[in-house]
Design a protein around this ligand. Structure first.
Ligand SMILES: [Mg+2]
Length: 237
């Protein structure tokens, strides 16, 4: 395990997964019911086989990922992606913020670091939440969510690559804070360090030994979000 303070101190860019590290998006909008509505939509679209294939999935992102990877089902994937965006925008209204993350975000930016969101959620819903909480200005344009082509959901590192390009950050100077095995895998593929957020309701899947660090609250990261130490001035001659 890396040293928490050293890892964050040396980072020039921090990537945040959204649901978990920044908020509990589905706090008041049960995801299993979203998955049910996606299955209903598949039936309406005349895709009973696909509906059967995703019958056991409680996670709407697994439903979308399955349909996106099904050959020749692009229209169904697009319809489900749009439905999921509407559901996320509804969920934003009752999303609950993660403790201490607003302070962490502020400190990271004020200490000169780049930050970005790298998420399987839609950019629209992330932006709506961040605006609602007064956090959007800290991220600027660096919100990298799901695209219309849902084949690129994490663990595909697509959104991380876009974040590295938009912030011009080097992977070896970048840390991602995530809460799932898919986040960890995407970070590894992109070559960035990974901090697992174990207090998230989703955080049961990554092994503690494989993340560079595991934290149980954002407060643990606050001390590392100070400016890098200034080297001492050379003595006068
Ligand atoms: Mg998450």
């Amino acid at each position: 395990m890396a040293d928490l303070h050293a890892l964050l101190q040396s980072a020039k860019c921090v990537l945040f997964d959204f649901d978990g590290p920044i908020c509990r998006l589905f706090h008041g909008h049960p995801p299993a019911q979203v998955a049910d509505r996606m299955r209903l939509r598949l039936a309406e679209l005349g895709e009973p086989d696909l509906r059967t294939e995703v019958a056991g999935h409680q996670d709407p992102y697994r439903v979308l990922g399955h349909v996106a990877h099904a050959p020749g089902r692009d229209a169904a994937a697009i319809a489900l992606e749009q439905l999921l965006t509407r559901e996320e925008l509804a969920a934003v209204q009752t999303a609950e913020p993660t403790d201490d993350v607003a302070e962490l975000i502020r400190r990271l930016v004020e200490s000169g670091r780049q930050i970005a969101v790298t998420t399987n959620n839609s950019e629209r819903s992330v932006r709506a939440y961040l605006h609602r909480k007064g956090l959007a200005r800290w991220f600027g344009p660096h919100i990298h969510g799901r695209t219309a082509d849902a084949k690129h959901l994490k663990p595909d590192p697509h959104c991380l690559h876009r974040a590295l390009a938009s912030t011009r950050a080097a992977p070896e100077e970048t840390v991602m804070i995530g809460d799932t095995a898919a986040d960890l895998q995407a970070a590894r593929t992109a070559g960035v360090s990974f901090v697992g957020f174990a207090a998230s309701p989703h955080a049961t899947a990554f092994g503690t030994g494989r993340a560079d660090l595991v934290v149980h609250g954002m407060a643990e990261l606050l001390n590392g979000a100070t400016p890098p130490p200034t080297p001492p001035l050379p003595p006068d001659r």
